[in-house]
Design a protein around this ligand. Structure first.
Ligand code: UDP
Length: 477
C-alpha cells in the first residue's frame, strides 16, 4: 500500500465540476473523501453562483474554499436566462450552446488560478477540456474526471477510432469490437456522435476536443472499482491512456456518512416514512427514477403509470420537473394510493435506494445511479435514455448480469417511439417477482459486497486514491 502523504506534503487540490447534478455529485463525494481521509491540505471548488448553494449544502462539514465564477452578461443568446446547469435546460438540444457558454468562464478561471495559493492538482470534469490549457499555463497537473464507467469510455473510444460499424447498415445488426470478441454491439447501443461512423458537426467536434484534452492530462479519475470491470481498465491503461484511476464507488461516502442533498427534508422524510411502513408489512418496493437530465415524454409517462397500476406492485416513482398533469395521469394516484407513491421533487436517491424495502430500481442507467444501485445492492431494470446510458445498460445486463433490460432502440428519448405498457409491466414483474429478477438480485448482492470492500481501508479504490495523491504530492509539493 502507498504511504500517506505526510502533513508537510499534503497537496492543495482544486476541483472543478461540470454544471449538472450527475457530474457534480460524485466530485463532491470525492471532496468528502479527501477531507475525511486527510489527504489534502486545502480543497478548493470552482463553481458558478447558481450552483453554489447546492455545493455548499452538500459539503457542510468539509469547509472547502469555494470560488464562484460568474458567467459574463452575454452568457449565450441561444439559452434562456439564469441557466447555469444542464439540469435546467428545457431540451438537451441546448446542450451544445451551454457547453460553448461554459467556455466563457476560462479567463476568470485563469485569474483565480493566478491569485490562489499554489494548487498541486486540478481535477476538472472531462467536459471542461479547456481547463487543461489553463492549468498548463500555471504548471498545475490536471486530471480529467469521467463521471461514466470505463466500459462505456473504452468502447466509445475504440468505436470512434476503429469504426467497426463502418459497413453496418441497419441499426440493429450486430458487430464486434476488437479485442473483445464476446461483445456484440449494435448501433442502437451507441448514442450520437458514436453511432454514426461518418459523424461530423459540433457534437462530434466537442467529443473529439475533450478526448484530446484528456490525452494531454495527467490522468483520469473514474468513479468505479477495479473488481467491476478490470479488463476494460487494463485495456485502457495499456492501449489508450492516460492512466485511469478507479476511486469509487464514491457514493459509499453518502451511504456511510449520511450526506444530505439540498434541503429535501420534508418530502424526503415522507418518502422514508412511507418506505418504513412498507417494510413493516414486508412489502417490496420498486423505485422508479430517470435521473436529472432526461425529459421523458408525457405519453411515455402515461405508459409507465398504466404499467405500474396493472403490475399490482408497490412503487416509489420520482418524476423530474413539471411533467405531471391530470390529463396524462387521470386518477392514477388515487387508484394506487395504497401501494404507490409519486414524488415531484428532488429526493435523496442514495438514501431511498439504501432502504431495506427497496428491492428493484427502474433506472435510466446514468452512471451514478448504477453505482448507487450497486452500493445499495438493488438490482436494476435498465431503461437507457441518452448519452452513454445504452452502453451502461449493456454493461449492467450482459456483462455484470445485475439487471434486466427494457426493450428500446436506444435513441434519444425525445425522439424515441413509445415503450408500451404491456412490456413495461412484464419486465417490472420479472424484476420484482420473476426468476430472472432473483438471479440478478443474487449477482448484485455479491457485487455490492465487493464494492464495499474496494472502498474500505486497504481495498482497491482506497489504495488507488492514496497512491494517486502521494504521486501528485511527490511531483510538485
Ligand atoms: N439524484 C438524486 N435525487 C433526484 C434525482 C437525482 O439524488 O431526485 C441524484 C442521483 O442519486 C445521482 C444523480 O443525481 O447521484 C444523477 O446522476 P446519474 O448519473 O444517475 O444520472 P444523470 O442525472 O446524470 O442523467
Amino acid at each position: 500500500m502507498a504511504a500517506s502523504p505526510s502533513s508537510a506534503h499534503k497537496p492543495h487540490i482544486a476541483i472543478f465540476p461540470f454544471m449538472s447534478k450527475g457530474h457534480t455529485i460524485p466530485l463532491l463525494h470525492l471532496a468528502h473523501l479527501l477531507h475525511h481521509r486527510h489527504l489534502a491540505s486545502v480543497i478548493t471548488i470552482f463553481t458558478t453562483p447558481l450552483n453554489s448553494p447546492f455545493i455548499r449544502n452538500f459539503l457542510s462539514g468539509v469547509e472547502p474554499d469555494i470560488i464562484e465564477l460568474s458567467f459574463p452578461g452575454d452568457f449565450s443568446d441561444d439559452l434562456p436566462p439564469n441557466i447555469e446547469s444542464t439540469d435546467c435546460l428545457p431540451s438537451m438540444l441546448l446542450f451544445l450552446p451551454f457547453i460553448q457558454a461554459v467556455k466563457k468562464l476560462q479567463p476568470q478561471f485563469e485569474l483565480a488560478l493566478k491569485n490562489l495559493p499554489t494548487i498541486n492538482l486540478l481535477i476538472s470534469d472531462g467536459f471542461l477540456g479547456w481547463a487543461v490549457d489553463s492549468s498548463a499555463k500555471f504548471g498545475i497537473p490536471r486530471m480529467a474526471f469521467y463521471g461514466m464507467g470505463n466500459f462505456a469510455t473504452t468502447i466509445s473510444r475504440i468505436v470512434s477510432i476503429n469504426k467497426p460499424h463502418k459497413h453496418v447498415s441497419s441499426y440493429d445488426d450486430p458487430f464486434t469490437v476488437t479485442p473483445f470478441p464476446h461483445l456484440k454491439l449494435t448501433k442502437a447501443d451507441l448514442s450520437p456522435p458514436f453511432d454514426d461512423p461518418d459523424s461530423k458537426g459540433p457534437l462530434h467536434d466537442f467529443v473529439m476536443e475533450q478526448g484530446i484534452a484528456t490525452m494531454q492530462s495527467h490522468g483520469i479519475i473514474i468513479n468505479s472499482f477495479s473488481e467491476l470491470d478490470e479488463i476494460y481498465l487494463d485495456y485502457w491503461n495499456k492501449n489508450i491512456g492516460p492512466k485511469s484511476w478507479y476511486v469509487g464507488p464514491l457514493c459509499v461516502m453518502a451511504a456511510k456518512h449520511k450526506i444530505r442533498l439540498e434541503s429535501t427534508e420534508h418530502h424526503q422524510l415522507a418518502c422514508m416514512q412511507w418506505l418504513d411502513a412498507r417494510s413493516l408489512s414486508n412489502r417490496q418496493v420498486l423505485y422508479v427514477a430517470f435521473g436529472s437530465q432526461a425529459n421523458v415524454a408525457p405519453a411515455q409517462l402515461r405508459e409507465i403509470a398504466v404499467a405500474l397500476e396493472k403490475s399490482e406492485l408497490d412503487f416509489l416513482w420520482v418524476i423530474k420537473g413539471d411533467y405531471y398533469d391530470d390529463v396524462i395521469f387521470g386518477d392514477f394516484e388515487e387508484k394506487v394510493k395504497d401501494r404507490g407513491m409519486v414524488v415531484h421533487k428532488w429526493v435523496d436517491q442514495m438514501e431511498i435506494l439504501s432502504h431495506e424495502s427497496v428491492k428493484g430500481f427502474m433506472s435510466h442507467c446514468g452512471w451514478n445511479s448504477v453505482m448507487e444501485s450497486v452500493v445499495a445492492g438493488v438490482p436494476i431494470l435498465a431503461w437507457p435514455m441518452l448519452a452513454e446510458q445504452p452502453l451502461n445498460a449493456k454493461f449492467v445486463v450482459e456483462e455484470m448480469k445485475i439487471g434486466l433490460r427494457i426493450r428500446t432502440r436506444g435513441k434519444d428519448i425525445e425522439n424515441e417511439e413509445l415503450v408500451g405498457r404491456d412490456h413495461i409491466e412484464e419486465m417490472v414483474r420479472e424484476l420484482m417477482v420473476g426468476e430472472g429478477g432473483k438471479e440478478v438480485a443474487r449477482n448484485m448482492k455479491v457485487l455490492s459486497e465487493k464494492a464495499r470492500v474496494a472502498m474500505e481501508y486497504g481495498g482497491s479504490s482506497w489504495t488507488s486514491l492514496e497512491t494517486l495523491v502521494s504521486q501528485v504530492s511527490s511531483i510538485n509539493t
